[in-house]
Design a protein around this ligand. Structure first.
Ligand code: DQA
Length: 153
């Protein structure tokens, strides 16, 4: 019998996340983006997910990537970085893609400076996971799998 195709998850990292491991380590930890991506790939493989990862510092590139991903993926996990707090364009792109999405953050944005406590991305997402460092991404992958399984039933 043919195996059913693996669910396809796109993980998007926004601006300055390429500096993980050297940037404000007391807030974001000391794991580099390359090491985080390796963990994401390992967990995705364990969960039976097909996973692609994209990082950009440019809002337009993030929008274009999401715009071209609606048909290519089943789920979006996104850490929009500082665009979380400003980017209506990203909110629109996520909505337009019709991809179910989870917003993730390494830090607990609800407990930080006032400008970080509001997410303009949240209305386009099913939920958010914040404050658990790199585990926020790994938890989002587990949640993505559960949600995709529920949708298939
Ligand atoms: C972040 C939180 C944002 O406020 C910040 O601008 C980031 C990282 C996080 O993962 O905690 O770049 O998204």
């Amino acid at each position: 019998m043919a195996e059913s195709p693996k669910p396809r998850v796109l993980v998007v990292h926004g601006p300055n996340l390429d500096r993980l491991g050297s940037r404000e380590k007391e807030i974001y930890g000391d794991m580099s983006l390359a090491d985080l991506n390796e963990e994401i790939r390992a967990v995705a493989a364990k969960l039976g997910l097909d996973c692609d990862i994209f990082q950009s510092n440019a809002e337009g590139d993030l929008v274009s990537k999401i715009n071209s991903s609606g048909d290519a993926f089943d789920f979006l996990v996104i850490n929009p970085g500082a665009y979380t707090h400003t980017s209506h364009a990203l909110q629109d792109a996520i909505r337009a893609s019709s991809l179910p999405a989870i917003e993730v953050h390494l830090s607990n944005i609800g407990a930080r400076e006032p400008f970080r406590r509001h997410s303009v991305i949240a209305p386009a997402c099913l939920g958010s996971i914040a404050g658990f460092g790199t585990f926020s991404y790994l938890m989002a992958l587990e949640m993505a799998l559960s949600l995709l399984e529920v949708r298939e039933e």
